[in-house]
Write a protein that binds this ligand. Sequence first.
Ligand code: MN
Length: 262
Amino acid sequence: MSATPSDPLPAVLQALASGAVRVVDLTQPLSESTPVLRLPEPFVNTPGLTRRRLSRYDDAGPAWAWDVLEIGEHVGTHLDAPIHWITGRDGADVASVPPGRLVGPAVVIDRSAECAADPGYLLTVGDIEAWEADHGRIPDGAWVLFRSGWDARADDEEAFLNAGPDGPVTPGPDVEAARFLASERGIVGFGVETVGIDAGAAGGFDPGFPVHHYVLGAGRYGLTQLANLAELPPTGALVVVAPLRLVGGTGSPARVLALVAG
Ligand code: MN
């Protein structure tokens, strides 16, 4: 197939080959030490990753190595499907997410300075509107990625979960920001660097866990435990989200990549 003037892909491929467009990995490494959400009693918690060896170039498989995994759907960098939350129970499972929804523009709202000063910082509608005043309205089909700087803690489970006497202290949207993103903008998903798409204190909000409540309830998706958002511009990056096509899955570990100019 030869390139035609109307075919943009050769230019994209050329830009990738020349380095004019880079691929940034937004995925945290997944291992047995990946931090995992901890719910209080009486709720059931998810296991992280464990591996059982099948063979390692040995009698059980002389020329091959392979393992069996046990892992929760919501471990490490992962996608929340609408059916993860009761408000989205009639929505899509992971396998039903249309592929076109998994590739789209990334919008990065950076409040890392505020989160460094206040680890329980809550993203507000005012923050979102201030971002839009600088960069234009959040485009339809966008993945809104909240940069908190929390990825710097990703290798230290205690610092990452940041449990205090009254529960976890981690940043996330407040109730009105969650409702605004789900109801007043045509976003596809909301992504964070923390262990969940809601703030650590969000269990005590009304409604509880408002990002889960509103965003998943509106048939949109969540992305957690992202890395390297500092390498993305506020607008102009293209994100590719690749969860398992797990039938009936409420979520899935995902590889998340961004294409960035320059
Ligand atoms: Mn999840």
